[in-house]
Ligand binder design. Structure first.
Ligand code: SAH
Length: 358
């Protein structure tokens, strides 16, 4: 049998719960194409099964700690079924949700999002691609979807030696799908939208901010208006701002879909807009900042921190007394303590003393 042997560091990492072993910690590389391999420590003790990606810096992704496991259709059925079962409670609130979230669900490098009766998947590693048919088999039997689209256009795939493509894997998937989260309806764009067609990760935050919003509200980095739609139910007026005209057109369609008439749409750079409003002396009672990742790499963190501080400082200045700022970062390298420190700095620079809730 073909095995991958790893050094003590790789084995320790795995035993401590990390799902990956890097190329530099693989001391004997399996002589085989991408797929599932048995992993041995330096003494030859089996550690379990992993997905093997020959070209990637992430050589091994943990599948199963049991060396006797068989990675077959039944294995994928069981793991995908338990991932889906964990999401059942969400279905009370939405029909747009992540069913399988990669390593967190024990299905490394696999993403599967559901939009109503359609699925969008991402296969993020060469090892995983080997199991495409099994995974499609599991999804078809467990979900019985109308279609499955692969949004395999992510740059990560290049690092795995895989083509970047957006292709139908089963049935049909519409260009636009109407979905709902809590009482808000919106269109997901599985073929062309960001990620797999919508940003699902902020769903609970959008709902929460919608329940506490008031007065004049500003949703910076609005994309398809997802926060704005929730804000508009409590706020008197919402400004939805984004640098992308097409994104705002979709936001306007979404507002109409919800019969909301108290949202206006502004195509602008958030940095400039916040500065201008300050000069004009305009204030808001509720502000949402949900920018794209300013720090895509660790090296970019310094510049990104200046960007985060800039928009947060300006937003704090635009808040009316007692106003609410909801602010987020999706930069992996920006830790929560650093983010909070940046916010505290921004607030004290403008002599404001916010109450923080995280
Ligand atoms: N809040 C959204 C997701 C925002 S994604 C949701 O919950 O669905 C980030 C958005 O920021 C994108 O739509 C992008 O067009 C926009 N954007 C990026 N840089 C910007 C800038 N400098 N000013 C305004 N918008 C910007």
């Amino acid at each position: 049998m073909t095995v991958a042997r790893v050094n003590a560091k790789g084995a320790r990492r795995w035993q401590a719960g990390h799902p990956w072993i890097y190329r530099t910690d693989v001391t004997e590389r399996p002589v085989m194409d991408a797929g599932a391999v048995l992993v041995h420590d330096q003494r030859g003790k089996p550690l379990g099964w992993a997905l093997w990606s020959p070209l990637s810096e992430i050589s091994l992704r943990l599948l199963d700690r049991n060396p006797d496991a068989i990675i077959d259709q039944a294995w994928w059925d069981e793991h995908i079924a338990s991932a889906i079962a964990r999401r059942v409670p969400l279905e009370d609130h939405t029909n747009a949700l992540r069913l399988v979230h990669g390593e967190a669900d024990g299905c490394p490098s696999l993403i599967c999002d559901r939009y109503d009766q359609w699925l969008v998947v991402q296969f993020m590693s060469a090892g995983l691609e080997r199991f495409r048919e099994e995974i499609l088999g599991s999804l078809r039997s467990l979900v019985e979807p109308g279609g499955i689209l692969a949004r395999n256009d992510v740059s990560l795939r290049a690092k795995e030696g895989l083509p970047r493509e957006t292709v139908i894997l089963y049935g049909d998937v519409p260009r636009e799908i109407e979905v709902h989260e809590y009482s808000v309806k919106f269109l997901a764009a599985p073929w062309s939208g960001q990620k797999t067609g919508a940003f699902l990760d902020q769903r609970e935050n959008r709902h929460f901010v919608g329940t506490v919003a008031r007065g004049r509200a500003l949703d910076c980095f609005s994309y398809h208006g997802s926060f704005a739609l929730h804000l508009a139910r409590k706020a008197t007026h919402v400004t939805a701002l984004d640098a992308s005209g097409p994104a705002l057109m979709r936001a306007a369609e979404n507002a109409a879909r919800n019969s909301l008439t108290n949202i206006s749409f502004v195509e602008a750079n958030a940095f400039d807009y916040l500065r201008e409003k300050e000069i004009e002396g305009i204030t808001f009672d509720t502000i949402v900042l949900d920018p794209p990742a300013f720090a895509k790499t660790r090296n970019a963190l310094g510049g990104a921190m200046r960007g985060y501080k800039d928009i947060n400082l300006r937003a704090i200045r635009l808040l009316a007394p007692g106003g609410l700022l909801y602010t987020a970062s999706c930069s992996f390298h920006l830790t929560k303590p650093l983010f909070l420190e940046m916010l505290q700095d921004a607030a004290s620079d403008c002599c404001r003393f916010p109450r923080l809730g995280t």
